[in-house]
Ligand binder design. Sequence first.
Ligand SMILES: [Zn+2]
Length: 523
Amino acid sequence: MYWADKIAKEIISSKKFKPYWVDDMKTPSGFAHVGSLRGPIIHSLIFRALKDAGVEVKFTFVINDFDHADELPPEFKDELKNYMGFPLRKIPSPSKGYDSLGMLLADDFNKVMSELGVEAEILSSWDMYHQGKFDGVIKEALDAGEKIQDLYQKISGSRKKEAGWLPFQVICEECGRLGTTRVYDWDREKVSYKCEPSLVTWSEGCGNEGKISPFGGTGKLPWKVDWAAHWKVIGVTVEAAGKDHASAGGSYDIALTLCDEVFNWPKPFNFGYEFFLIGGRKMSSSKGLGLKAHDLINVLPAELGRFLFARSDYREQINFDPVGTMAIPDLFDEYDRCWLAYIEGTNENLARVFELSLIKGVPDEKPIFLPRFRDVANYLEQPNVDLVKKFEELKGSELTPVELKLLNQREKYAKIWIKKYAPQELKYEMLDELPRGLKLGDKEKEFLEKVVDLVEEKKDAEDLQQAIYNLTKEIKLDTKEAFTALYQVLIGKDHGPKAAWFLLSLPKKKVIQRLNEAVGVKS
Ligand SMILES: [Zn+2]
């Protein structure tokens, strides 16, 4: 049984987590990394598994846009440097069309989630606090200030108790910062706070002191307390956490304990899931991508993007390393394997992965032939190949409308892959100049010189290919050596696509100029 179905079964049979309410959350502190999608997709898979098991279930995703900025997106670091410590919803948006940085970043992430079929209703933490929905839990937390500190200490074992510490942060009425204020008194109506110049290293409070009601959005609970509190406020009964939070004694443990012992609310069904890694290499922006969440939907069809996460068990690390590797063609192959398992009913687990990777329901019409992604890419690299004809040849019959649509889609993404990700040795592009250190023998030069004449005169690829071949015989040059010389001069490799077709696909003037240059190279 697929892992999400197992979890759904466990949730239902325990009878402890009703009504079923799946939730996840994220702080919009920068343009999200692709790995940030693992949480929303894991939760979406569990949501669908519960639904498919026949129970009523809700699914929400909380954007923690009330959190303060303790770092800024690198894109806006200078522009927004004066806003460190401000709530994300009070930092102006550097791009037009948004009221705040928090809204801009949340929208960027929400769009990707929606494309990947994450069905969650989006909730804003800022809005919920301002609507007074957290007032009750704020009071409970402030009343239990001492106990919360004791629990922190007991669970994480590290934190020293601070006299007068209270679990609340106020937005300073003077400077607007949230991350710099310390609340030290609670008279059951108002909290007293100070905006501390040196509470944190990354920002400086203004020194203002004040007394204010903690309700209705004047401030918020610190995040571990907030995490637990929002389960109660929303009514969450299922929420997993990434491994970075889910270690023993970590923030997830603390939140779960606070939920139970401070808020008197049953702990949600919980588990930790593994990391998502991008190879051992740093992603290079010069190669066009830093692999943000929003990049993923530009380089993969949405169902493949979802599949990337759905394919792995939540207890396994995912290592995705697309730059200069075959990771993307491999992903398509694995997707096709699951698809075939679904069509042929051969492997229940793989078929289920396929089904759960689809954005909408399973299409009515099934293809019987899946054009392999790496073949599509390969044929695209060869000039003058008619993809439809080629794949009809491979299939042995006409492509159906569904298969044609799939081929078109794969053509689109194969072009992107070739341009951005394909290993260098698979790229056949004419070099801008002769490769350095090029060495050619007299026979090879003679060959290239005569190829110039052939390129001038032949217009048909078959003709040209035959003429080149005959030429090698005529001047008694080994065929392989001859073609190697030609590829070296044009693309800097020992091998390449079918020579005549490739030559005719390039601008004639450029080819002739290049061949003449090569003939003039000193041996
Ligand atoms: Zn202040």
